[in-house]
Ligand binder design. Structure first.
Ligand code: C2E
Ligand code: CA
Ligand code: CA
Length: 632
């Protein structure tokens, strides 16, 4: 191919656009919150360098048009500057792509030699070449020789495009599908511009073709949720993944390492991703808060998935080493609409499984979870509505036998939920959630209100009842409004204070103990009685117990059972009851199931007895059947 006397065209527009884009990117970097990841500094430099290259390109081309002998050296310098700058930008782009695949050490070395070594050679040839009449040069007659096709810069362009393409092809599985497509499309567009230029012998759009990789790097690496360091996406990306794949069938493997440090987690993610390389065609790994990772992949029906999973589990175990882990496998389902639901389901499963184990979620566990979620949503709505008449909260009660009179004079109120579709829900299924999400006080207020209403009705109908005890959770005692709430509800229902008792459980916590004392001191003077619930299960501490002006101590059913075990245990429980009797407490035994229990409890100073022997918990409306109606 013959050298040509500058017969290809140049217009300034491409370079001006390139400069403007560099300025825009510069201000974007300055005025937005970028994820300050590795290489951000290099990226900023690359952007500026590109701007300078565009400027140099404009001046260089104009100097060529007005070719003068005294300008020859300047032309060489400008051209060298412009094209080595572009090579530098392309090198940055290669490095970014390489960082995505976490190259092994050996490949890393080849990469460095090729990319950096190649860069130095190309830049040197650009600068020194003209003096040896290589590439573009001006001869003795001040004639410019240039060959579009053997240009050093264009060779460099091709060289680096091939390196990126090799990375993309060789390590396809290490790229996230989205990123993979994006990088391909950007190099195709950039190379396409070069081909288009070659076709029309244009040089105006060389620099501007580099703004595409720059914009890509800006978005892909510094403005999204991809973590170059660990090769994972974050929870926002997971959220997006879930909403994008709605209706599709995919699987997820959650891995949780609750006790590792942040750095260890980072190293682990890298390690794990590399091991995970060969397992799934297209999988995405997301790092979630609380040291959790999730690997999501499309289900491949034809492969023996169980075998793959087995192998993967082996790799997991290897990667975890001696770190404590939990692995939860689950499939996409049509019921969850958001990532947070999948994460809650994962957490739900984790608390129900041992450490260092793998659990596959099945249809049963999903339906249990859905039920729990339904309960949670109802509790939330009960709490938010704050309606003391809420029909979903039901008061059950268990009559308590008074030994002295041999009649039922008191009862304990027990909460139930009655929810549409699932029916009756028992305390063990909701009290914990209600406490965790701080809905419990609203529920207690409803129970207290309904209990008062029922006491009022029974009294009006002429039934004799001494009092009903209501359970409160320790955390409620810390509420500023606790005493006022209790007083207000009792007052509103026009019930005497001494018709209500409050059951509290012992605590180990000093703060709880002080709150308990404060509440008892304030409400007891009004006539409200206090029960110490579940004695024998908590943190019994006599010294502190004596410090609380409790009226009645409820011996937990476990003590009744213990007393039946042998003489020693019987003696021990009996001694407790002696001490309390001497200290003027009244004693109630819970969980009296048969005659044997009954005799035993009576022998151990019981004043009150409660248990299935007399009645299971019943709707409070039915309590009347246990109460005396004085003859008129
Ligand atoms: P708890 O206060 O110890 O209530 C006694 C529990 O023992 C009740 O279970 C009752 O049904 C059960 N029980 C009664 N007699 C017998 C018996 O003879 N044998 C056996 N094995 N069990 C018996 P329930 O109603 O399921 O309540 C469980 C727990 O839920 C209660 O234990 C209490 O801690 C909590 N709870 C119930 N209602 C409320 C409430 O309104 N507020 C709060 N904060 N907690 C409540
Ligand atoms: Ca109780
Ligand atoms: Ca109890």
């Amino acid at each position: 191919m013959a050298d040509v006397l500058f017969d290809y065209k140049y217009v300034v527009h491409g370079d001006i656009i390139a400069i403007l884009l560099c300025i825009v990117v510069h201000f974007l970097l300055k005025s937005t919150y970028m994820a300050k990841k590795a290489n951000l500094g290099i990226f900023k430099v690359a952007n500026r360098v590109l701007g300078v290259a565009a400027g140099a390109s404009i001046v260089y081309h104009y100097m060529i048009f007005l070719l003068r002998p005294e300008n020859v050296i300047r032309i060489y310098i400008l051209r060298g500057l412009c094209y080595s700058a572009l090579i530098f930008v392309y090198i940055c782009f290669c490095v970014y792509t390489k960082n995505l695949v976490e190259l092994e050490k050996k490949y890393q070395m080849y990469f460095n030699i090729l990319v950096y070594g190649g860069g130095i050679v190309f830049a040197l040839v650009e600068f020194i070449g003209p003096f040896f009449q290589i590439g573009t040069y001006v001869d003795e007659n001040v004639v410019l020789h240039q060959n579009y096709y053997t240009d050093v810069f264009r060779m460099a362009y091709l060289f680096y495009s091939i390196i990126v393409a090799i990375l993309l092809i060789a390590f396809r599985k290490r790229f996230l599908p989205k990123m993979y497509r994006c990088i391909w499309s950007v190099i195709i567009v950039a190379v396409g511009i070069m081909v288009y230029q070659a076709f029309f012998l244009q040089t105006a759009y060389t620099v501007v073709s580099f703004t595409f990789p720059i914009i890509m790097v800006l978005f892909l690496f510094h403005y999204n949720s991809y973590d170059v360091k660990t090769g994972t996406l974050d929870n926002y990306a997971f959220e997006e993944y879930i909403s994008e794949n709605k209706g599709k069938v995919f699987s997820m493997i959650f891995l949780s390492l609750p006790y590792v440090e942040k750095e260890q987690m980072q190293q682990f993610s890298v390690d794990f991703l590399r091991r995970n390389d060969n397992f799934f065609e297209s999988s995405c790994c997301f790092r979630l808060p609380e040291n959790r990772m999730v690997l999501a992949y499309e289900r491949t029906k034809n492969k023996d998935e169980m075998q793959v999973l087995d192998k993967l589990y082996g790799e997991f175990k290897k990667a975890c080493g001696n770190m404590e882990y939990q692995i939860v496998l689950m499939e996409s389902n049509g019921m969850f609409l958001s990532a947070s639901e999948y994460i809650s389901y994962c957490k739900y499963t984790e608390v129900r499984m041992p450490m260092n184990a793998l659990r596959k979620c099945d249809a049963d566990s999903l339906s249990d979870f859905m039920k729990l979620k339904f309960i949670y949503l109802n509790l939330k709505s009960i709490h938010e509505k704050g309606n003391l008449e809420d029909g979903r909260v039901k008061v059950y009660c268990q009559p308590v036998l008074n030994i002295n009179t041999n009649t039922f004079t008191t009862a304990e109120a027990l909460m139930r939920l009655e929810l549409p579709e699932i029916g009756m829900v028992f305390p063990d299924q909701f009290i914990g959630i209600a406490e965790e999400f701080e809905f419990i006080h609203t529920l207690s207020k409803i129970i207290l209100n309904k209990t008062c209403q029922n006491i009022k009705q029974m009294e009006e109908a002429g039934y004799q009842i001494d009092r009903v005890s209501v359970n409160f959770s320790v955390q409620e005692l810390h509420l500023e409004s606790f005493c006022d709430d209790v007083i207000e509800i009792i007052k509103k229902n026009d019930v005497a204070y001494d018709k209500i008792a409050i059951e509290l459980t012992e605590t180990k916590n000093e703060k709880d103990f002080l709150s308990m004392k404060r509440v008892i001191d304030r409400l007891q003077v009004l006539g409200i009685k206090f029960y110490l619930d579940d004695f024998g299960t908590g943190y019994s501490n006599f010294e502190r117990l004596i410090g609380l002006p409790i009226d009645i101590i409820k011996f937990d059913r476990s003590l009744t059972i213990l007393a039946s075990k042998n003489d020693e245990s019987k003696f021990m429980v009996g001694s407790f009851s002696e001490i309390f009797k001497k200290a003027d407490y009244q004693i109630l035994f819970e969980g009296v199931e048969d005659e044997h229990d009954e005799t035993q409890c009576i022998n151990m100073n019981a004043q009150y007895l409660q248990g299935y022997k007399y009645s299971k918990p019943i709707p409070i409306e039915n309590l009347k059947t246990f109460l005396e109606k004085p003859a008129v």
